[in-house]
Structure formats: C-alpha cells, structure tokens
Design a protein around this ligand. Structure first.
Ligand SMILES: [Zn+2]
Length: 240
C-alpha cells in the first residue's frame, strides 16, 4: 500500500514538473491557433452567412454591386463591349448591380451551383433606363428590346442575363450564344443535344428554386419573383 502511494506521489511530481514547460507550449500553441482562426474569420467574411449579415443593414431596394459582396461570380458584361446583338457599346464601363433583394437570391443560387461545380456568369444585370433608351434607339423593336417607356425588369434591378461556367472558367454549352434570337434559344425547344438540355435544366431549376422565373424565348434571362413591382430606375454607376 505504501509502495502504491509513493508511486502516485512520484507520478504527481513528474506531472507537475512537466506542467510548466508543457503548459507554456500549449498557451503558445493556443495563441498561434487563435491568430489562424482570426485569419479564417476574416476570410469567412466572404461566405454567404456573413454577407447576409451585411445585407441585413440594407433595404431590399438598395442597389448594390455584386462584386462587393462575393468573389464567387464571373462576369462578361457584353453591353460594355461591341460583342452583342446591337453591335454597339452602350455601357461606359462593365459593372453588375442589382437591388439587394435580387443580390441575396443570386448569392444563394450561386452557393447551390457550386455544389455542382459551376458558378453564375453574368452578361447583364441592372440596366439604367437611359441605357434602355439608347438600346431602343438602335433597335426600336419590342421583339428584341423592351420599350423604355414601359421599362424592362432589368431597369428595375430585378433581372439578370446569365450562363454557367465551371469553377475553372469554362463556359457550359447552352446551345446558343447570349442574345441569340431564334427557336434554338427557347426553353421549350427540346431538339438539342442532351448536354445542352442538361445544362439549361440545371440553370433553370436552380434559379427557380431561388425565386427566379424565366422567359420562354431566352434561356439566359431570369427575373426575380415580384421584381415587376419595383420602380424603373435610372441610377448610374461610377466609372472612375
Ligand atoms: Zn435579359
């Protein structure tokens, strides 16, 4: 019994002697971990959960630049180039703005797309009403351009023209280019390769899940439900 107690004492002594240096190391390690966690928290500010915390302070109708809230999207703003059906550049510079309510839904949709290894690529977002007038002047045909007096949901900050690309930046085959006006761009045209139909299905189903609806003749165009109630806007972003 005495031998047992002396063994316990020796063990305690050993443990207590080893405690200080070991404990110090643990504190140091904890400090290092804390710094790493701090870095991670900063990086995580770009995740949707934290982004929505930022959005919470903003009204649903406020216009926001998507790139300020996420780096997970891709952009090819065609109307800031001549590579569009108008063959003219109608934006001074390439930016993608929407109302907060639309931006929130797009971020959620993009998180979903990422699960399938793809992300949203924008061709057009909010379009100032003055730009709608410019487009109407070039193509005054309601079949291709919404009458600026009535306005388009793009003018209300609730519509986007999009496709999908892989996380490596390779665009998915949707059967036609953006702004191809013809039957091949219709959602109800099923006379297309299976890959194209699968890609369009992924785009449409995911967007619908997050509150968007499509138009029959343009596979790239999506409106946020209820966005028609927002006023036509003419806010212009700064290009400097
Ligand atoms: Zn559109």
């Amino acid at each position: 019994m005495r031998k047992f107690f002396s063994t316990i004492f020796l063990l305690m002594l050993f443990v207590s002697c080893g405690e200080n240096p070991k404990g110090k190391n643990e504190i140091e390690q904890k400090e290092e971990v804390a710094v790493e966690q701090q870095d991670t928290v900063i990086k995580e500010k770009k995740t949707p959960k934290n982004i929505f915390r930022t959005f919470e302070k903003l009204k649903d109708t406020t216009f926001v630049r998507l790139a300020d809230f996420s780096d997970g999207f891709a952009y090819e703003m065609r109307y800031a180039t001549k590579n569009n059906f108008l063959k003219e550049q109608v934006y001074e510079c390439a930016e993608c703005y929407t109302r907060v309510i639309t931006a929130k839904a797009l971020l959620k949709a993009n998180e979903d797309f990422k699960q399938s290894g793809v992300r949203i690529k924008f061709f057009d977002c909010y379009r100032p009403n003055s730009v709608q007038y410019k487009m109407w002047k070039i193509v005054p045909n309601p079949q291709y351009v919404a009458n600026p007096k009535k306005g388009s949901i793009h003018n209300k900050g609730g519509a986007v023209d999009i496709t999908l690309e892989s996380l490596d930046g390779e665009e998915l085959d949707m059967g036609t280019d953006f702004d191809f006006f013809g039957k091949r761009a219709y959602h109800d045209n099923f006379d297309l390769p299976k890959e194209v139909l699968d890609n369009r299905k992924l785009l449409k189903e995911t967007m619908e899940k997050h509150g968007f609806w499509s138009t029959r003749t343009e596979w790239w165009h999506y409106n946020l439900n209820g966005a028609h109630k927002y006023p036509i806007a003419n806010f212009k972003w700064d290009c400097n």
